[in-house]
Design a protein around this ligand. Structure first.
Ligand code: F6P
Length: 492
């Protein structure tokens, strides 16, 4: 990797707006004849970025697979747009990071360390254990962050705005500022932020590097005020930074970083249109045939430790055990699509989800009634079909930055649905009043909330769903993105 500071004297790029994220807007595969195939991704960032009408915008992302690395290598400076790929509205620079470095940074640090610390996921009698291997992974994470900072420094025009995303890139703001003090830098956390008592599980120098890395930004954005304040608490406790909780600022080493709160909302126009296409109708008919006229409890998640799928199933089992009147009258539809399968914890968790689902079906199922339908694969139109037919949506994460499923279901629900929502999800800040709130660790209370949702009067359900949908769509992705960009402008 090159010398970051050499970019300082020669800011040669022409991009006035830049986004950096680990996962980019496109990914590649290899066809049978050996040619590269391109797939466009979705999500809040992709639709957010479509708001800017700027042909000079550049999205910097990592190559995640061998096919991605090949595409990045074959493109000049990794610029996929210059290699003739149809990457969407903006230019894309994909970084060809050596696979071992990438795996250590992504699996070892981002997903096994920082994700765990922010979501409070460790089983502390045995984990974490910060050994010599951890230090090797940290070096890789630093190198991977440096590669991003170098690419951004090379692409950015003087005074450009750079929006750095998430815990994968927590060191980038400080690295980039050192190379290009002329830039206006934002960092956005899509996760919760750990409270000080949990962040202190990290080795002291690592906690400090993460905090000072983010503080390299002019603005650090969060999904809720709760996560912004947790970050401020950590800065105060570990760095001795000066914190203003009303103004939401953190001053450290002579610089002030503003904290921003931007509660990303659901994209109503997209969802409503997409949820009524023929492929969704088709899947709705299949699901309806399986469920009959029974009620439904629906959940859709990545198979992700923080999503709390196992306790959700335990709550459903408790409901069926203690309120037999629901037997043969309800079906739990659970779509848990695979995630981070390189990590042993995630594979073990997926096995646990599958076996508990099988136990529930064995305990209660009859020839005419399958009490739980589990699919562990990704099918977006099928998820939308489940959203449409949900009587109750179950969203019970241990801790979650926002949780967009909680916001999407009320928007596309056909007949209105009751939302059982964890008080530890960021979405709870906006939806809590009209949801049935639960402590995600309390299985009995979650079962009670499922019962309350299933028995909610139709009129109340409709009214609540309307209010939930309004709150859920208050800040659509494009506005979410523009707000952050505007706030970064001088005087913003
Ligand atoms: O919540 C943080 C986040 O980066 C999301 O933006 C994204 O949905 C999720 O994690 C996916 O993670 P990965 O890229 O590891 O599949």
């Amino acid at each position: 990797m090159g010398d970051l500071t050499s970019e300082r004297s020669n800011p040669s790029g022409s991009a006035s707006v830049l986004v950096a994220s680990n996962r980019g807007p496109v990914s590649f595969g290899t066809a049978d004849d050996g040619t590269l195939t391109l797939r466009r991704g979705g999500g809040g960032l992709v639709s957010g970025l479509s708001a800017i009408d700027d042909p000079d915008a550049v999205w910097v992302c990592a190559a995640l697979s061998d096919a991605d690395r090949r595409a990045a290598r074959e493109a000049p400076d990794g610029r996929l747009d210059r290699a003739g790929h149809e990457v969407g509205g903006q230019a894309v620079r994909m970084l060809d990071i050596d696979p071992e470095t990438f795996a250590r940074a992504y699996n070892g640090i981002a997903n096994s360390t920082l994700w765990f610390v922010h979501h409070l996921l460790w089983n502390t009698p045995t984990a974490p254990a910060f050994d010599a291997g951890f230090r090797t992974e940290w070096q890789a994470y630093t190198a991977y962050n440096t590669a991003f900072a170098e690419a951004l420094a090379a692409e950015a025009a003087p005074g450009a705005a750079v929006l750095v995303q998430d815990y994968h890139l927590s060191l980038v703001p400080a690295l980039l500022r050192a190379a290009r003090p002329d830039l206006r830098i934002g960092h956005f956390s899509h996760t919760p932020w750990a409270p000080p008592e949990y962040l202190r599980l990290l080795p002291d120098d690592i906690a400090e590097a993460v905090l000072t890395g983010v503080l390299g930004a002019d603005r650090a954005g969060f999904l809720t005020r709760r996560w912004a304040l947790a970050f401020a608490d950590c800065c105060e406790r570990f760095l001795g930074a000066e914190v203003h909780r009303e103004a939401l600022t953190v001053t450290y080493a002579g610089r002030t970083t503003a904290l921003g709160v931007h509660g990303l909302g659901a994209d109503a126009d997209f969802l409503r249109e997409r949820a009524h296409r023929p492929d969704v109708d088709e899947r709705l008919a299949t699901l309806r045939a399986a469920v009959g006229d029974r009620r439904t409890v629906v959940r859709v998640d990545r198979t992700e430790l923080s999503k709390n799928i196992v306790r959700g199933f335990l709550a459903y089992r408790h409901l069926l055990r203690t309120r037999p009147e629901w037997r043969d009258r309800v079906v739990h539809i659970a779509f848990a699509y695979p995630s981070r399968t390189d990590l042993a914890e995630y594979r073990a968790y997926t096995d646990q989800v599958r076996s508990l689902a099988a136990e529930i079906v064995a305990e209660f199922g009859t020839p005419d009634w399958q009490p739980l339908i589990l699919h562990v694969d990704d099918d977006f139109p099928r998820s939308l079909a489940a959203y449409r037919m949900a009587d109750v949506a179950l969203v019970n994460p241990i801790r979650d930055g926002m949780n967009l499923v909680a916001k999407e279901v009320p928007v596309v629900s056909d007949r209105g649905c009751a939302l059982v929502l964890s008080r530890e999800a960021g979405a709870h800040a906006e939806l809590g009043e009209d949801a049935l709130s639960v402590n995600p660790y309390d299985i009995v209370a979650t079962a009670d909330a499922l019962h309350a949702g299933l028995t909610m009067a139709a009129e109340e359900r409709t009214d609540r769903t309307k209010r939930l949908a309004a709150a859920a769509t208050a800040l659509p992705p494009q506005q979410w993105f523009l707000d952050q960009l505007n706030a970064l402008r001088p005087g913003g």
